[in-house]
Design a binder for this molecule. Structure first.
Ligand code: ADP
Ligand code: MG
Length: 323
């Protein structure tokens, strides 16, 4: 359905997108996962025809977006990072405006009502957009994106800035929409792609560094265990002590607390349980453990595991990547 070949976007001598190629099949929900500045929005803006590429090709349903910009735009619904809502319009006015803009030929009233039903904003039809909550506004943006029944929908960070309840609602809505459509969404949150997508493309510094089915993404991780542990004691000495424990491959101070304790993040090889040696080392020096918990893999872990091996050995680089 979507085919991107060797896409490059340069700003001056900087690469925002550096030779990206991927395909998305009809009906797939694909997640673009990457930190800020990775090139997600740039790629999406090129795919939707809002931005031109420096080189490379993007095709939607067999059509090159440069050769058939209008036909391609008709196939794609786009929710940009900041949806261009007209705050002084009511929801109904806005959706009618988008309907006209897209030169939609479906039955106007019935279609707009249907779209509002799908995104659950029927009760807000006559309200001004400026008076709506962020979650509702996002729904209005999504409503705009699905007017004209596009086969493909592209969401750029659709849950950014929403509260937890709104995030769950929007994710459910995206999954619902994904039952009948091809969807690409971008996010910098690992749990989000895992919750919503069939496949995950990890993008970092303008390059795709992993392309995995969601169920396999854990396997693409380095397979380390991560523990967050709060310890009372002189932090530099505690950190040095932790780093000396066999099996611990990484340790850092994540938070210094006001009571003189600090929380450390410790990483060990999956097969080694370092909890006991940590306990004995600390007990010997009378540095009490206030709490200890396993934490899941986070995005940085994935980047470290897939971006390049050099990051694992170069300590300074390693630290930089984690911040
Ligand atoms: P993401 O959406 O993953 O956060 P973007 O695609 O917005 O990343 O940006 C990728 C890189 O391109 C960033 O380093 C950003 O600073 C740069 N960039 C984006 N737009 C412009 C622009 N108009 N001019 C110069 N650099 C840009
Ligand atoms: Mg972005």
């Amino acid at each position: 359905m979507i085919k991107v070949e060797h896409l490059i976007k340069q700003y001056g001598d900087r690469y925002a997108v550096n030779d990206i190629s991927f395909e998305v099949k009809k009906g797939e929900i694909v997640g673009f996962l990457g930190p800020n500045g990775a090139g997600k929005s740039t790629t999406m803006n090129i795919l939707t025809g809002y931005l031109s590429s420096t080189s490379g090709r993007a095709m939607v349903d067999g059509m090159d977006i440069l050769e058939h910009p209008l036909a391609v735009k008709r196939k794609i619904g786009f929710l940009p990072e900041t949806p261009p809502l007209y705050l002084e319009m009511t929801v109904k006015e806005y959706l009618n405006f988008i309907y006209d803009l897209k030169k939609c030929s479906l039955n106007r009233k019935a279609h707009i009502e249907e779209v509002c039903r799908v995104v659950k904003i029927e009760d807000a039809m006559n309200r001004m957009i400026k008076n709506l909550s962020k979650g509702y506004r996002q729904r209005v943006g999504i409503a705009g994106a699905i007017i004209g029944n596009p086969e493909v929908i592209i969401f750029d960070e659709p849950t950014n800035g929403l509260d937890p309840k709104q995030i769950i609602d929007i994710r459910n809505l995206i999954r619902e929409l994904g039952k009948e459509r091809t969807i690409i969404l971008s996010t910098h949150i690992l749990s989000e792609v895992k919750a919503v997508c069939d496949r995950i493309l990890i993008i970092n510094e303008g390059k795709i560094v992993a392309d995995e089915l969601t169920e396999n993404i854990e396997g693409a991780l380095r397979g380390n265990r991560r523990i967050a542990i709060r310890i009372e004691g002189p932090s530099a000495a505690v950190l040095a002590g932790l780093k000396k424990i066999p099996g611990i491959i990484y340790a850092e101070i994540s938070v210094e607390h006001e009571d003189g304790s600090a929380t450390y993040i410790v990483e060990s090889k999956n097969e080694i349980d370092v909890r006991k040696p940590i306990f004995y080392m600390l007990a010997q020096r009378s540095w009490p453990i206030l709490s200890l918990e396993f934490t899941g893999a986070n995005l940085e872990d994935i980047f470290i595991s897939v971006v390049d091996e050099a990051a694992e050995t170069a300590d300074t680089k390693n630290t930089k990547r984690r911040i």
